[in-house]
Write a protein that binds this ligand. Structure first.
Ligand code: NAD
Length: 422
């Protein structure tokens, strides 16, 4: 791979490129620019674990706290073989901007451990999680830094984080993590929240483009927590899901998928997605992005739409479920095609919004009904969408840069009010 191609795939550089454009448009003062560009803290932890065989292995983990200007750090913990400090840094910065776009009182953080969860037993996962948490027990805290699940981690992982933290501080502290099981202070509606937030944004976008839900074709890459929930909710409300993909491959079916059956195939029967009977045409997980559709939802991983392939995208709305699915080098190509963009820091913010509700409920010790959670989520997503799109139209910038500007402006204002402690 050439150096330029490698640069394009460096998510930290992608995040920085958008930040720079937005900061320039905002005429951000030089000192503030430098303050907001860099993370506040980064840590590397070496995690010694006894494998089930008895052999000792050392895993490498990171936590980056990008900003606590507007509130405690907030961000997931990712367990994946390709985790890197640059990726965690980019994801931490995105969390700062995402929380600010939806105006919830959190900063941004992210963590990760370089490991392959598919090759670890449940016991090994638990030991990695507990040791990682123990190493970071002074960083984490409901008022300091509040983790959540991300790729490779789930509600069980969060229960272990909560328990380990509780043992260290010697009191049950449910608000130290979000995305927990319902029985342990989790929030109703959290599991569906990111998918629901994506759907709410799509509803707003089609209304704007004078389209109807019925018959609007949707392609979703990624069939994990985000992708499968988005597919299920959108299918139920009349959208037609014509393309799906997961790590094993993609399927395209112009007639539309029976999503409940597909959910049962993948999650009930635990069969590979591309083998789904009545599945339509099989293709690679990436190829599905380039088939004609109305709404394209990349909800798998980073760097899927690049300068090399963006010209092949054929959709009216690009609604980003994953973090960083489009590289900054591809932005101009997508924009030139006149595609309506719902950028990741807005589109997938439903997850962190309901995480915020979970944190509030844990601290209140009082839990809300699912429809209360969903209604509040709808309010937050709709007003954030309106704010970003209105800003974009009023200032002649695209939705992505508008979202960054709205976010940076909010963080910069909070920083100016707090001042610099020195
Ligand atoms: P997940 O692990 O539950 O699911 C990931 C899905 O993507 C799986 O179906 C997997 O098979 C598929 N996948 C992985 N690599 C792929 C590839 N190269 N091509 C096609 N499919 C591939 O993860 P998730 O929680 O659904 O997260 C997906 C994305 O959404 C990530 O970028 C994550 O950071 C982002 N996100 C998640 C949440 C959340 O609440 N879970 C919130 C905001 C953003």
């Amino acid at each position: 791979m050439s150096a330029a191609a490698q640069d394009e795939l460096n998510v930290y550089q992608s995040a920085e490129a958008r930040f720079e454009i937005a900061a320039k448009k905002l005429n951000l003062e030089d000192g503030l620019y430098r303050y907001l560009k860099y993370p506040s803290k980064e840590i590397t932890v070496y995690i010694p674990i006894a494998r089930d065989t008895g052999r000792l292995e050392v895993f490498v983990g990171y936590r980056v706290l990008h900003s606590t200007i507007r509130g405690p750090g907030k961000g997931g913990i990712r367990f994946a073989p390709d985790v890197s400090i640059d990726e965690v840094r980019a994801l931490a910065a995105w969390m700062t901007w995402k929380c600010a776009v939806v105006n919830i009182p959190f900063g941004g953080a992210k963590g990760g451990v370089i490991c392959d969860p598919t090759k670890l037993s449940k016991g090994e996962m638990e030991r990695i999680t507990r040791r990682y948490t123990a190493e970071l027990s002074e960083w984490f805290g409901p008022e300091r830094d509040v983790p959540a699940p991300d790729i490779g981690t789930n509600d069980q992982t969060m229960a272990w984080v909560m328990d380990t933290y509780a043992m260290h501080v010697r009191q049950a502290t449910t608000a130290v993590v979000t995305g927990k099981p319902l029985d342990l202070g989790g929030s109703r509606g959290r599991k569906e929240a990111t998918g629901r937030g994506l759907m709410i944004c799509c509803d707003k976008a089609i209304e704007k483009l004078r389209m109807k839900r019925e018959g609007t074709r949707v392609t979703i890459q990624g069939f994990g927590n985000v992708g499968s929930q988005a597919a299920d909710l959108m299918h139920k409300t009349g959208y037609k899901i014509i393309g799906v993909a997961d790590i094993h491959g993609g399927l395209y079916n112009e007639k539309g998928f029976d999503v409940p059956k597909l959910m049962d195939w993948v999650y009930g029967q635990r069969k590979p997605l591309p083998e789904f009977p009545q599945g339509g045409e099989k293709m690679s997980a990436q190829e599905v992005l380039f088939r004609p559709t109305d709404i394209l939802v990349p909800a798998a991983t980073e760097n899927q739409i690049t300068s090399q392939n963006a010209h092949r995208v054929e959709c009216r709305i690009l609604c980003e479920g994953a973090n960083g699915p489009t590289t900054s080098h591809a932005d101009a190509i997508v924009e030139k095609k006149g595609i309506f963009i719902i950028p990741d820091i807005l589109g997938n913010a439903g997850g962190v919004t309901v995480s915020y509700f979970e944190w509030v409920q844990d601290r209140q010790g009082f839990f809300w009904r699912e429809n209360e959670v969903n209604e509040r989520l709808q309010d937050v997503m709709e007003s954030s969408f309106d704010h970003v799109v209105h800003y974009a139209e009023a200032h002649g910038v695209n939705n992505r840069i508008a979202a960054y500007i709205v976010a940076i402006d909010r963080v910069a204002r909070a920083l100016q009010l707090r001042g610099i402690y020195a």
